[in-house]
Design a protein around this ligand. Structure first.
Ligand SMILES: CC(C)(COP(=O)(O)OP(=O)(O)OC[C@H]1O[C@@H](n2cnc3c(N)ncnc32)[C@H](O)[C@@H]1OP(=O)(O)O)[C@@H](O)C(=O)NCCC(=O)NCCS
Length: 140
């Protein structure tokens, strides 16, 4: 298994995204999102793309994981763990000595255990509220 950074195409994104049952945005939105991501991570099994995640962020204080998906046939085989490790390595390599940044995401219900194992803290907690989410639309 090999993780590549910034090799993800919109077509492969679409394939992996829909493979886990998510309704995709239009191709132009995907192309724009990929272009403006801090980095995109793709896992390959002998050249075949089997998993991906996008990292967005400001480079100084905050990063956010989006669109984390592994082909159903490849789930629970360690691909997601490799991608998270690659993301963390990428972030650490981009920071100045002594810096700490937040890495955030909204988990699917099924993936909570996975992320906890990867060191993420759940919200809400005793001192913090839940993550919040809203879609913003432009009329046709
Ligand atoms: C969540 C996901 C990215 C993890 O990648 P992975 O390669 O399966 O993860 P790993 O093999 O490294 O780790 C396995 C863990 O992932 C989780 N996992 C496995 N299959 C899963 C699935 N269909 N959905 C969600 N989480 C899953 C489990 O916690 C599993 O641990 P377990 O085997 O002890 O139960 C992947 O399973 C997936 O694409 N799931 C469907 C889409 C999704 O929920 N994405 C998360 C968006 S926030």
């Amino acid at each position: 298994m090999e993780i590549k950074i910034n090799s993800l195409t919109a077509e492969v994104f679409l394939e992996l995204y829909t493979s886990v049952g998510w309704e995709p945005p239009c191709l132009e939105q995907i192309i724009t999102a990929l272009k403006n991501s801090a980095a995109a991570f793709t896992a390959y099994d002998k050249g075949k793309p089997v998993g991906m995640a996008r990292l967005i962020g400001d480079g100084g204080m905050s990063f956010y994981i989006k669109d984390f998906a592994v082909l159903p046939a490849y789930q629970s085989k360690g691909v997601g763990t490799l991608i998270i490790k690659a993301i963390e390595e990428y972030i650490v390599n981009s920071l100045s000595p002594g810096w700490a940044v937040s890495l955030e995401l909204i988990s699917t219900k099924e993936a909570v255990r996975f992320y906890k194992r990867m060191g993420f803290e759940e919200r809400p907690c005793a001192w913090d509220g839940p993550g919040m989410f809203k879609m913003v639309r432009k009329a046709q």
